[in-house]
Design a protein around this ligand. Structure first.
Ligand SMILES: [Zn+2]
Length: 333
């Protein structure tokens, strides 16, 4: 009996996830992407060495077919397989990746609990809206793969890390195909910052100095939400500091977020003397609409109070999901 139960559990697990490893994911046509990825199924990309040791590196859970939302967690992973080279700050990039936002700065510090935050947000958004968003997770620790940099800095030449990096972006590309069946979409790249005093930072690729201008519209072309502005759904001013800006909606939910209506300049030194602000990195640039297309992207850098405490996080998740729901309802309905 015991054996039978064990076998059943193993079978169920095998059915519940589809594993892909060792070699790169296939490049698929739009039609094949639609046929391959089933909502709610787990697609897992594993990395391994010649001795048979392996690690679950990247995971994609396709959302419901009507969902226009993708959540990505590039820095929340904890796995440090010994067979992947540990990244160092001395590594020099071998290719020019400057078009895609912050591709140069080095960090091996993970954004703690953002993987959990991302998964809990997906559940809460499903509960709230009836539609599960697409979720792409990097399970590798940032010291092994930085999934928010160009490949050479992200993987530093390690073959497994490079394969994982490619899988991360291929899964996002697949999610993009599925989301755009609905005409348009939004990707939220979920991070954590340690800036003090604490605040959540909303990155649209506008630079700190841009917020000093009284004409934000001139920055639409360089932003990761260009499609929303060009499509006439919102002005740049709406998206930075309007009533339905994500920073405003989060702040209305008691999660202080900038830029937004109450603090339109995220580096206002009278409020934040450190002058620090994350304006969006590689993923926001690569997968948003700055370079065209109808998928926009926003980087969300949550402060530590929001994400670190396992007992308090569920309450914050409810508020964040509500803000995201209001944003989607306003601009993606
Ligand atoms: Zn991060």
């Amino acid at each position: 009996m015991y054996k039978k139960i064990t076998y059943l559990i193993v079978c169920l697990f095998a059915i519940a996830s589809i594993n892909q490893s060792a070699k790169a994911l296939p490049t698929l046509s739009v039609q094949d992407t639609i046929l391959r990825y089933v909502p709610g199924q787990r697609y897992i990309f594993k990395v391994s060495d010649s001795s048979g040791a392996y690690a679950t590196a990247i995971e994609y859970i396709p959302g419901d077919s009507k969902s226009k939302l993708i959540l990505t967690s590039p820095h929340g992973g904890n796995l440090k397989p010994e067979f992947i080279r540990t990244r160092t700050k001395d590594y020099v990039a071998t290719q020019d990746e400057k078009d895609y936002g912050d591709t140069e700065s080095f960090s091996a510090v993970s954004d703690s609990k953002t993987l959990e935050l991302t998964m809990e947000l997906a559940d809460e958004i499903k509960r709230l809206t009836g539609l599960r968003p697409h979720v792409v997770l990097n399970h590798l620790h940032r010291s092994k793969l930085d999934a928010n940099r160009g490949m050479s800095l992200a993987a530093q030449g390690d073959r497994n890390a490079e394969l994982a990096w490619k899988a991360f972006h291929q899964y996002i590309d697949a999610a993009r195909v599925l989301v755009l069946k609905n005409g348009e979409g939004l990707l939220l790249d979920i991070h954590g910052n340690a800036h003090r005093p604490q605040r959540t930072e909303v990155g649209l690729l506008l630079k700190a100095k841009d917020f000093l201008s009284d004409n934000l519209e001139q920055y639409a072309d360089q932003s990761s939400v260009k499609a929303l502005v060009k499509g006439g759904k919102a002005t740049m001013t709406d998206l930075v500091k309007g009533k339905y800006a994500l920073g405003t909606l989060l702040s209305d939910e008691q999660i202080l977020a900038v830029p937004g209506r109450s603090i339109p300049n995220p580096t206002d030194k009278t409020v934040f003397p450190d002058g620090k602000y994350f304006n969006g990195g590689y993923n926001t640039a690569r997968h948003g609409s700055k370079f065209g297309g109808l998928l926009s992207a926003i980087q969300l850098e949550f402060n530590s109070d929001v994400r670190m405490d396992d007992r308090k996080r569920p309450e914050y998740v409810k508020h964040i999901a509500k803000a995201i729901h209001q944003f989607m309802d306003k601009y993606y309905n």
